[in-house]
Each structure stands twice: as structure tokens, then as C-alpha cells.
Design a protein around this ligand. Sequence first.
Ligand code: GLN
Length: 289
Amino acid sequence: MPGTPREPSTLARLLDAAACQLQQAAADASARRLAERLWCLASGVSREQLLLGTAPAPDSAQSARFRDLVERAARGEPIAYLEGSAGFFDLEFEVGPGALVPRDDSECLVELALERIPPDSAAELVDLGTGSGCLLLTLLHHRRLARGTGIDRSAAALEVARRNRDRLGLQGRCRLLRADWLGGVAARSADWIVANPPYVEPSEPTGFGVAEFEPGAALFTPPGDPLFAYREILARASGVLRNSGRLLFEVGAGRAAEVAQAASAAGFALDELRRDLGGVERALLLRPA
Ligand code: GLN
């Protein structure tokens, strides 16, 4: 129902409860799994070889590379940067320090958009702060007639997005633009605006290694102004959207109500609020009021 936050499903509750129960076992298992991934990276051995016990004994060059990778991972460098790629939704994305590592939390934005954009839609999508391109490129991959524009202020991020776009064969339907938010987008040209803007206040805690290794411009808001990016986008969004267009935001934990309020002041009504798999209200779908 429009405007009604979805309760976590029975399955989500079941998984959450199991996650609590399994925490220590999972920490041990995931540390071991991480060590295995780093060994594969250092040695060139495949995961299958490792699991089947057919991996050759380590040589000294591999061991040295492995120790270096273990040290870097232990200091918080994201495994995705070490490996150079990360899975998102059903695709694999190249990543590097110029762009935020795609987060599982963001997958609910794609899920929601794909429920609303019909398979044969030729929708025009704009993705602000596109980073690796994971949101936009996943949508374009699943909506073969849609077209998109990915916008970022960072040249390094756009380079990562370009490689992902080309690897997915989407260069014919996706342009990438260096600009500030909606600055370079023509009036009434978009059916969907999607954005995962920076929403972490500098004083807020972040995950291990996040602040040290991932691009601050993609994460942090000015001190005391967690809504700054949303306001910038909202100020131009209604001029850029076509009639019955949609605006889809990712929001930080506990921020959905404030962002919805800012959106309402800019002429948008809440269409749907969706939680991520961790139960956090994460995707905010807005329509012109
Ligand atoms: N969810 C990200 C984090 O874990 C923040 C992403 C953002 O600011 N848009 O830190």
C-alpha cells in the first residue's frame, strides 16, 4: 500500500534470528572463507582446486603475496578492491578505489524498480552518483529497451562505470556524464531518477575499513547536514522528470522519514518504502504529488 512501510516478512525474521544464533560460527567460517579467497588471489589457484584438495603446495612468491594480501585485508582494505570485482544482484562488477563497493543493501532498490518498470518499457533512467554503475547497469541489463544516463562528479568513478558498461555490452543504451547531480540533464527527459547519494555524517560510525579505503565523496555529507545531497537533487528533480516519473532514493538507517519530509516540501509524495534484507528502511520511492 502506498506510504505504508513493509513489515519484515516471516522469512526475513527467520533469517535474522538464524543470523544471531550463527554469529560466532559465521565469523569463524567467513574468516576462513576470506583466507581462502585471498589464497586463490595470491596463488592463482581456483576455488574448486582448493575445495577438492588438489591445490599445489605454496611456493615462496605465492606465500609472500598472500601475506601481503592478508595484512591489507586485516587493515580493512575491502576484499572487493583486492579482488577487483564484486557481485551485485545477479551481475559481477569491476570495482576499484575510485568507486564505492556495491552493497547488498542497495539491491532492494533494483528489486523495487524492476517490479515497477515493465519488461517492455523504453524508460529513460538517470542515475546520480553512479559510482561503479551497479544500480543503473543492472536495471538496463534487465530492461532491454530502457536507456540510461549515469552521472558522477568523479572522473575515477566514471572510468570504473565505463568499463562495467562496456563489459556488459550496454554502451549503446547508456551514456556517462561528468556533472553535479542533475546539472547536465535536460528538462522533462527522465522517467526514473535513481540515486544512492552520500548520506553518512562524518561523525557517524562506518563499517571496518570503509572510511579509510572507500571514496569519501561517495559516502560523507557535510557535518550536521545529512540531507544535503537529497536537497540538491530534489531542487531539480521535478523539472527533469516527465509526467508520472519516479524518484528512487537509497537512504541511511533511520533517515527515511526525514528524506520523505524533504521530498514532500519539494512536491513529491511517498509511493513506497522498502526495507533491505537487514530490515532497514532503505529504498524510498517518490512520485510527483
Ligand atoms: N551504505 C554505505 C555504507 O555502508 C553508505 C552509502 C552512501 O553513503 N550512499 O557506508
